[in-house]
Design a protein around this ligand. Structure first.
Ligand code: 3PG
Ligand code: MG
Length: 391
């Protein structure tokens, strides 16, 4: 890439406290990691740093805990144990690290969830400086979190003695730039999942380049509500409805929305699933998947695509009775012979669950970051690294 930012691979890290911000935000259920993909993706970076003789300190967030109410279910401890197993080297897991990190030479260090710290998400200046002071070299390699202007992804790099870009972030940007430079048409985007405010903005810019945008999950619910439909108790971000309405009113927007849905009276893996046309949704229903007629329409759109960009499930695919929509899209994507890019934690989990990895042209570790890159062609962390290195 036109990357004048120093690359970690090119630096002499011998004996240096090398802090690597990774995205180890993996799904964990009852203490068990259900998709290891992001950990595997981070291994080469860690191995390169170790082979250069660095004292490696790893940082990551996990989930979205409230720093005012420390909830142990967001601990990175299971990730520490998994890393240990995969690297074959002891991993020292530090719960209290912000006040100082011990000088350990023969072990890797993984620090507890950065989002347990007050000031992380607000990019607090003194927290950023505190993080920066714990290292000699700061390495930004958390592609999946590179759209977040937080203390550990954005602030710290501005104060660290040296700051550079890691191999994963660099590789992601190179691949995405190449893949998105001249996509063959028709170009279809599938945007689903629960993080509505992180993703809805991308729809507006995607509609300039995409022939079709397929929506599902919370994004679809928000558009349905904006279009005057009953969405009951479904996942919505009310403050996003206005933006959704504006997007729907744009002339050139080609958003395909569900015409039928699978609903239940509660969000649970024991909930009884019922399929309804969109007009039949009641005010106590929770929409948990697209319906079979919508699946057929979406599959047709996918079949005609020459390029597909996919982020986010269209239903709660973790629960069997609400997985049909996402599974049918996965099958259609698998059978499509065009160029296919998928990204995001859940989407990578879908690829694994339905065993379609071999048919995908490029799998990105980022979800929101991937969409932000699609939208803007760059990312805040990368821009900050550039300006910090004055290029
Ligand atoms: C992701 O899962 O997309 C990244 O880890 C970022 O997480 P966030 O949306 O909670 O910032
Ligand atoms: Mg995610």
């Amino acid at each position: 890439m036109e990357m004048q930012i120093p690359l970690m691979q090119n630096l002499d890290l011998q004996g240096l406290r090398t802090m690597i911000r990774l995205d180890l935000n993996v799904p964990i259920e009852k203490g068990l990691i259900t998709s290891e993909e992001r950990i595997h993706a981070a291994l080469p970076t860690i191995e390169i740093a170790l082979s250069k003789g660095a004292k490696v300190i790893l940082l990551s967030h996990l989930g979205r805990p409230d720093p005012e109410a420390l909830d142990g279910s967001f601990s990175l401890e299971p990730v520490a144990r998994k890393l240990e197993e995969l690297i074959g080297k002891p991993v020292c897991f530090l719960t209290d690290w912000i006040e100082g990190i011990p000088d350990i030479t023969d072990e890797l260090i993984l620090c507890e969830n950065t989002r347990y710290l007050k000031g992380e998400k607000t990019n607090n200046e003194s927290l950023s400086k505190q993080i920066a002071n714990l290292c000699d070299v700061y390495v930004m390699d958390a592609f999946g979190a590179s759209h977040r202007q937080h203390a550990s992804t954005f602030g710290a790099m501005q104060y660290a003695e040296q700051a550079c870009i890691g191999p994963l972030l660099c590789r992601e940007i190179e691949h995405l730039t190449k893949a998105l430079s001249k996509p063959e048409k028709p170009l279809v985007a599938i945007i689903g999942g629960a993080k509505i405010s992180s993703k809805i903005g991308v729809i507006e810019s995607l509609s300039k380049t995409c022939d079709h945008i397929i929506v599902g999950g919370g994004i679809a619910n928000t558009f349905l509500l904006a279009g005057g439909k009953e969405t009951g108790k479904s996942l919505i971000e009310p403050e996003m409805v206005e933006l959704a309405t504006r997007i729907l009113n744009l002339n050139d927007v080609n958003v395909s929305m569900p015409i039928d849905v699978t609903v239940a009276k509660e969000f649970s893996n024991e909930a009884i699933a019922e399929t309804k046309s969109i007009e039949e949704v009641e005010n106590d229903d929770v929409i948990l998947d697209i319906g079979p007629e919508t699946s057929i329409i979406y599959q047709d759109i996918i079949n005609g695509a020459k390029t597909i960009i996919w982020n986010g499930p269209v239903g709660v695919f973790e629960f069997d009775q609400f997985s049909n929509g996402t599974r049918s899209l996965a099958k259609a994507v698998e059978q499509n012979s065009g160029f296919k890019i998928v990204g995001g934690g859940d989407t990578v989990a879908i690829v694994e669950k339905y065993n379609i990895a071999n048919s995908i042209s490029y799998i990105s570790t980022g979800g929101g970051a991937f969409l932000e890159f699609v939208k803007n062609g760059t990312l805040p962390s990368v821009e900050a690294l550039k300006s910090r290195n004055k290029v």
